[in-house]
Design a protein around this ligand. Sequence first.
Ligand code: OGA
Ligand code: MN
Length: 275
Amino acid sequence: MQITPLAPSCGVEITGVQLADAAGATLEAVRQAIYAHGVALLRGQVLSPEEHIAFAQRWGGIDINDYFPLTEEHPEIAVVRKREDQQTNIGGGWHTDHSYDQVPAMGSILVARVLPPAGGDTLFAHMGAAYDSLPDDLKAEIEGLEAFHTADHIYASDGVYAQTDMGGDLRGQGMTTGATHPVAIRHPVTGRRLLYVNPAFTVNIVWRSRADSRPLLDRLFAAAMDPAHQCRVAWEPGSVAIWDNRTSWHYAMNDYQGHAREMHRITLSGEALAA
Ligand code: OGA
Ligand code: MN
């Protein structure tokens, strides 16, 4: 097994591993690489839906996403799909999955099933690099602060997706969500300090109005979006990416209009987060 960086501060490519067989020490090494680097790309994987589920079960628990369509045969697998006639994609802005849950999902295993002829890459950003890059006064300012996260403005019946041609494909329009987490967390395994706010789901600092929270959140988001913290996954048939929602943000490029793209996602259970 070989682990090589995708970019200076974010992501690794792992070669010499078939996830369908990975267990024991190999699985542990994959895990640690993802916790540390935020995302791992593995190419040339032969992974049936059943093997995808079995690998996720070896990793730990599976969370079922409340919004994405599920496949009938495998409710553990969420379908991240854009049809060729749709304009809007899923995940087309910087975000981290499930931060609106009080015990947020650890991460996801995303398997490429249908790819456009070009485009449809996924960008990742490392939140440890983002935290480290903050000026000392900003680090001091966020110490002890918590932020409120919700998905309601995204997925509710009057939310962002409902106004688009993706709205009809999603579930959970009647749900309400909300969670508070420290603005800067400590990774539960590596112990590294990480920025844990994101532009999609973090709407205010606790005890501040949404409007009063904007200047601080916008400063943090701007620092986190620095391309120096980023890496890019260009998908091929057989590519699988596994990411850690605590260590990284991600962004699904929507630059393949007129073509279909379909990914299978299994969401891995996580744990409560602390500063
Ligand atoms: C997701 C997501 C990114 C992509 O599945 O959570 O944001 O590139 N997907 O499809
Ligand atoms: Mn996502």
